[in-house]
Structure formats: structure tokens, C-alpha cells
Design a protein around this ligand. Structure first.
Ligand SMILES: NC(=O)c1ccc[n+]([C@@H]2O[C@H](COP(=O)([O-])OP(=O)(O)OC[C@H]3O[C@@H](n4cnc5c(N)ncnc54)[C@H](O)[C@@H]3O)[C@@H](O)[C@H]2O)c1
Ligand SMILES: [Zn+2]
Length: 672
């Protein structure tokens, strides 16, 4: 034997063993370790070698077999007609070759094809006797399948009894058991919540659900079925694949509404493009299109090869999943300070594009995936969705080459500390005002209406100022000159002067607005007002500890921590000092003793509309007298202030017997 043949023989052995292992995981365990594209690649490599060295082709080769063996825990069913697989093509040239072969055989210039979506589930054979469902089986190895009658009977859209006329006395329909995408998501969520292992994809979820010994479990799984062919039958059926499917539909059997009959190549390509576009929006997964010769006579004339008919082929969509390696993990800081780990991948072609980055979202996701740098991973890109790491191929982990993903302790952009608050998935940079990644966002917030309310400083202008490196933080706004501003595109001297003027005006503010303007996470206007009222001075707030923050109304553990960490960053403190140095000031908050707070510990709710005072002003005035102002009526509410057109809150307050004040009464209470 020449050494070349020996090498080929060795390779064939290797590939066969690998495919057998993949088949076992896929068909027996319902849990594939590699994406279909990877399986198909190995399969085609083996097929090519066997074509090149026909003497090395064994009848036992995975290329000659269908599926996996039936599990012995099920009763076995012998198929009267073998259930085969389908040949695959991946490009339009190979599809054209297939069409050409059909046309050569048919001696017709234009042949009719029945085109069907290639449903991504598992094949089943269902036998009806005198219109009654008597047996259902999986494909198994094509000759022997598993008896899953009781489970199939639980499938919602499948009739137990056929309806209509001329039903064959015996009829075997074949089709796909699959799971709707929405049902799959729900099922996986349930499994995860119950601490169980989720399914890799809807196909495997359908297979795992159908092949349950307990039909009660199958019954609660969201399975569906579509017919796509007829096996054995005793009775009359049309002589066209398309007409047969329509006939099945008339007997009450579910069929896909996408099935079409077209003539010639042109129609076939159009159908493919059409459904490829629709794919993401379909309620179920499809992995390609199946082209079948429509004329049953011609089908019979063309016949079969070992594992597939010659009269049909599947044109598979570009794979949505591919295998690659994680070279590194980098950390990106978003506009709001969220730190996102991003996997740097060995570039891989998936979902029609080359992908070299995939987001890992956050720490929880990293833990869920169990991913390490150097791991072999499955990357998924479906439709326009950004690429994700779907899972780690644990079988291929090389512990010599992998290392853990370590989250940075400081922000990779500004070096401030990062925080991750318990119960939150996101890790954030606490640099806030200082962090370059968050700069624009921070300045826009600072200038916004409820913050410093800087007239004329819109989002676009902030972008320009930062892009032109004229400001780095809000404090630098106040040293901008008319000349500098006027040099910006689309900015005349008049607008520049106006802006400098409104910056000047904005310096006079309140402590509450100032606190709000700092953009501390989850510190909204109401919280800022409560903080100002509680602590009275900026100094007191800077010195407060977590517990002390928590004693402020509306401030819980999380907000307290955000406040505390923000004010522990030297960078942030510097910006605050610069702002005060730039002249930002506010009136001192009077320290009132408790006798000045007649509404202390009283909870008010305000609803409806008012004429003499705005709702916000009423709120502020009540708070100044020590009241708490809440958003909804509950047993804890003491008083409801109800203006014009008050609705459900008024009803509820009346039901609970809570004191109700109209506009006049509240004005009197406030001494206005
Ligand atoms: N990831 C893995 O480890 C792994 C392992 C084994 C197999 N696989 C995948 O499974 C494929 C092989 O499986 P297969 O033999 O079931 O072949 P297949 O899925 O490529 O094609 C045949 C099957 O298509 C289904 N089908 C859907 N719509 C149909 C329609 N309208 N008409 C006819 N049939 C339709 C039927 O179930 C039929 O049995 C591989 O190409 C690979 O993608 C993956
Ligand atoms: Zn930062």
C-alpha cells in the first residue's frame, strides 16, 4: 500500500470516529457539542476522501448511515419504508447541478418542483388507520425507530382523527416535530430556574421532549408538527408532491403555509431568497429549503442512494453558528460607565459575515458560560443580532492554554475604581464626571433642564465641544470664552455670547439641582431633593457614610452605595471642587427645628391638576414643611391632595378613608 493511501485511511478512520461521537451526542443525548456547520464540514471532508479513494468506502461509514440508533428504553418500530435523510447543497452552483440532473432525467425543459421550508426539528412517522392515529415513531437509524405514540398524541396541532373524504384505510404521514421559538425560550427559562440544564437549541429541545418515557412531560412541552410527505398508504393519493400536501391539509393535518410549487430554476432561487429574508421573523426555526421533484412518477424513476433520495435536496442557509477560539477578553466602558467584557475571537465566518468580537455582557454571563480565555467556543449570529458566544465546547478545552477572565479593578479608560453592586449584573466605572467614556453623557446630563438648566447647551453642542477637545468635564464649561465658542462650526458670535450668558445664569442654583446634576447613578431629582433637605450642606453629604445615606427617605442600600462610591473617587471630588470654584452656588438651607416642620412624618400623595401652583411646587412646599411625598396611595398615606380631574388615586383614597384636600385646602395648609 502506498503511503498516500495509508494517510487517507488513517484520516478516514479519524473522521468517522469523530462523526460517530457527534452523532451520539446529537441523536442519542439530544445535546450536540459542536454546531451543525462544523458537523457538516467534517461530514463533507469524509465524503470527499471516500470519493477520492472509493476502495476505502465502508458500508458502515457515517456517510452511508441515517441518524442514530433507536434507544432501547423505547419499544422499537420497524419502518415499512425506510426513512431517509436528505442530500445537502450549500451554494447555488450545487443547486443548479441538482436541477440539471433532474432535468436530464425528466426530458422536460421545465420541471416542476415542490419547495418546502426545511424545518429544524426531528422527523416522525405517524400512521392513521381508518383515519385514527394508531402509531407514531421517530426515524431512528432509518430502518428502526422508537415508538413515541403516546408522546406524539399530546402534540397540540396534530389531529388524533382525520376528517373529510376518501381517507386511505392506512396512511403513513411523515413530517417534522419541532418547537416554536417562543416556547423554546420559555422552556429553557423554566429549566434554568429549576437548576436544570437548558437545551442548546429548539431542535434538540424538540428531540429531548419527544423522546421522553413519561408522556406527561412531553405533554407540557410546546411541541408542534408539520407534515411534508406520505410514506405507505392504502387508498388514493394525487401523483404530485404538492397536491399530496394539500390533500393532507384537507384531511386536517398541519402543513407549513410556506410550501409552494414552482417551475424551473428561476422560481427555486426566488423562493430561497424570499424565505431567507423571512427567516428571522418565522415562529419556528428553519435551516434551509428543501427542493423536491413534484412528479411522484419522476421521483420513483430517480430513486435513492444509500442515505438519501436522488429526487430531493436541501439547500442549507449559511450557518448561524460557528466554532472559533477566544484569543483574549477586553473591557469596554459604555456611555453610562457600564463595563462590558468583549471576547476577541479568531475571525470566523458566521451568519454571512466575518466576526472577530462577541460581547460577553457581564460577570453573570461569563459564569453562566464557564468561559476561559483560550477556550474553543460556539459563536452565534442570527439575523442582524450582534454576535454572541453561545457556549463553550468543553470537550475541546486545553487546560494548558486557558486562563481565567479577570475583571479589572479599576476602569480601563480612566482608572477610577469599579463597583458592582450586589444584585446588579453590571460592573461600572465610578469615574462618572471624570471618565472619558462617560464624558459626553455626564455633561449632557449636567446641562439638562432639571439639572443646571443651561439654556442653549444642547446634546449636539456638547458632542462638538468634547470632540474639539474644548472641555473634559462640566467644570470646564464655565471657563469657555465667547471667542472659543464662536470658532465652532455653525456657531455665530451671537449664540456664543448667549451661551456664555446662560452659563453665568446657571451658576445660581439649589443644592438639590446641583446634586442631581452630578449624574450619580439612581439619584433622581426626588432623591436629590431629599438628600439636600436631610443633609443641608454639600460638606455633610461628602462625609456621609452608607448607613447615614440610608436614613434619608427614598434612599435604599443600592442608592446609598452609589452615592458613597461616587464620593470616594478623588476625580469626582476634584470636579465638584472646580464647579464650586467656578462660582456655582445655592442658597443655604435653613436648619429648622422640628416645631418648624408641622408635617413631619406625614405622607402625602398629589394627583390631578392645579391652577394656582404647579404640582411640583406644591410638592416642594409640602416637603419644606417636613412631609414625605409618595407616588401612590396606600394604607400609609395620610393625605391625598386632589386637583382637577383626579382619577383612580382619588377613588382609592376615598375607599381607604384617607383625608382628601382640594386645591384651596392645600393652599390654605401651605399658608398661600
Ligand atoms: N451538531 C452535531 O453534532 C450534529 C450531529 C449530527 C447531525 N447534525 C446535523 O444534522 C444533519 C444531518 O441530519 P439528518 O440526517 O436529519 O439530515 P438533515 O437534517 O440535513 O435532513 C433530513 C431531515 O430534514 C428534515 N426535514 C425538515 N423539513 C423537511 C421537508 N420539508 N422535507 C423533508 N425533510 C425535511 C427531516 O427530519 C429529515 O429527516 C447534519 O447535516 C447536521 O446539520 C449535527
Ligand atoms: Zn472610567
Amino acid at each position: 500500500m502506498s503511503s498516500k493511501i495509508q494517510v487517507a485511511e488513517q484520516k478516514i478512520k479519524e473522521l468517522s470516529t469523530l462523526l460517530e461521537e457527534y452523532n451520539y451526542q446529537y441523536y442519542v443525548q439530544d445535546a450536540p457539542s459542536v454546531p451543525d456547520a462544523e458537523y457538516d464540514r467534517v461530514f463533507h471532508e469524509l465524503k470527499q476522501l471516500e470519493t477520492d479513494y472509493p476502495n476505502l468506502l465502508s458500508a458502515n461509514s457515517p456517510t452511508q448511515k441515517v441518524g442514530g440508533a433507536a434507544l432501547s428504553k423505547f419499544e422499537q418500530v420497524t419502518h415499512e419504508l425506510p426513512m431517509l435523510s436528505l442530500d445537502n447543497v450549500f451554494d447555488s452552483d450545487s443547486l443548479n447541478d441538482f436541477m440539471q440532473r433532474v432535468m436530464d432525467k425528466s426530458n422536460l425543459a421545465e420541471t416542476a418542483f415542490c419547495i418546502e421550508p426545511k424545518l429544524d426539528g426531528l422527523a416522525a412517522s405517524i400512521i392513521y388507520e381508518n383515519g385514527v392515529l394508531v402509531q407514531a415513531a421517530t426515524r431512528g437509524d432509518g430502518l428502526t425507530g422508537e415508538n413515541v405514540t403516546e408522546n406524539v398524541k399530546t402534540i397540540g396541532n396534530l389531529p388524533l382523527k382525520l376528517r373529510g373524504e376518501n381517507i386511505p384505510t392506512r396512511l403513513e404521514v411523515r413530517g417534522e416535530v419541532f418547537m416554536l421559538k417562543a416556547g423554546f425560550e420559555k422552556l429553557n427559562k423554566k429549566l434554568i430556574d429549576a437548576g436544570e440544564k437548558p437545551f442548546v437549541n429548539p431542535r434538540n429541545a424538540a428531540a429531548g421532549s419527544l423522546r421522553q418515557l413519561d408522556s406527561k412531560i412531553a405533554a407540557i412541552r410546546p411541541l408542534a408538527f408539520y407534515c411534508y410527505s406520505v410514506g405507505i398508504f392504502e387508498g388514493e393519493l394525487p401523483n404530485s408532491q404538492y397536491d399530496r400536501i394539500q390533500q393532507l391539509k384537507q384531511w386536517g393535518l398541519p402543513v407549513s403555509s410556506e410550501v409552494k410549487r414552482v417551475i424551473g430554476e428561476q422560481g427555486c432561487h426566488e423562493f430561497y431568497d424570499n424565505i431567507a429574508e423571512k427567516r428571522a421573523a418565522l415562529a419556528y426555526e428553519i435551516d434551509g429549503v428543501v427542493y423536491k421533484v413534484d412528479d411522484i412518477g419522476l421521483q420513483q424513476k430517480m430513486g435513492f442512494v444509500a442515505r438519501a433520495p436522488r429526487w430531493a435536496t436541501a439547500y442549507k442557509f449559511p450557518a448561524e453558528e460557528a466554532v472559533t477560539v477566544v484569543d483574549n477578553v477586553e473591557f469596554q466602558v459604555g456611555r453610562t460607565g457600564a463595563i462590558t467584557p468583549v471576547a476577541k475571537l479568531k475571525p470566523v465566518f458566521v451568519g454571512g459575515v466575518t466576526v472577530s468580537n462577541a460581547t460577553l455582557h457581564n460577570k453573570d454571563e461569563i459564569e453562566r458560560l464557564g468561559i476561559l480565555i483560550g477556550d474553543v467556543v460556539v459563536v452565534r449570529r442570527a439575523g442582524d443580532v450582534i454576535p454572541q458566544v453561545a457556549r463553550v465546547v468543553m470537550e475541546q478545552r486545553d487546560t494548558e492554554k486557558t486562563r481565567a477572565i479577570v475583571f479589572p479593578e479599576t476602569c480601563p479608560v480612566c482608572d477610577s475604581d469599579v463597583e458592582r453592586i450586589e444584585g446588579e449584573a453590571v460592573t461600572r466605572c465610578t469615574g462618572g464626571l471624570y471618565c472619558e467614556a462617560q464624558r459626553k453623557q455626564a455633561i449632557k446630563h449636567f446641562a439638562s433642564r432639571k439639572a443646571l438648566d443651561i439654556d442653549g447647551l444642547g446634546d449636539k453642542l456638547v458632542d462638538l465641544l468634547v470632540d474639539h477637545k474644548m472641555i473634559k468635564d462640566p467644570a470646564q464649561l464655565f471657563s469657555l470664552t465667547v471667542q472659543q465658542l464662536a470658532s465652532l462650526p455653525r456657531m455665530g458670535e451671537t449664540s456664543a455670547k448667549k451661551l456664555v450668558n446662560s452659563l453665568q445664569i446657571s451658576k445660581k442654583t439649589t443644592l438639590a439641582r446641583f446634586l442631581y446634576s452630578l449624574g450619580i447613578r439612581e439619584v433622581g431629582e426626588a432623591t436629590a431633593a431629599n438628600l439636600a433637605q436631610h443633609f443641608k450642606t454639600l460638606e455633610a453629604i461628602k462625609e456621609a457614610g452608607i448607613e447615614s445615606f440610608k436614613s434619608v427617605s427614598d434612599v435604599g442600600e443600592i442608592v446609598a452605595k452609589h452615592l458613597y462610591y461616587f464620593l470616594r473617587q478623588d476625580h469626582n471630588l476634584e470636579v465638584i471642587t472646580q464647579l464650586v470654584d467656578a462660582g456655582i452656588h445655592w442658597p443655604a438651607i435653613e436648619v429648622k427645628d422640628e416645631s418648624d416642620l408641622p408635617l413631619l412624618d406625614k405622607t402625602f400623595v398629589i394627583t390631578g391638576s392645579f391652577t394656582a401652583m404647579s404640582r411640583n411646587d406644591i410638592k416642594a412646599a409640602l416637603q419644606a414643611l417636613g412631609a414625605k411625598v409618595a407616588g401612590s396611595v396606600s394604607k400609609k398615606t395620610n393625605t391625598l391632595v386632589a386637583g382637577e380631574a383626579a382619577g383612580s388615586k382619588l377613588t382609592k383614597a376615598t375607599e381607604l378613608g384617607i383625608e382628601i384636600l382640594d386645591e384651596q385646602a392645600v393652599l390654605a395648609l401651605l399658608g398661600k
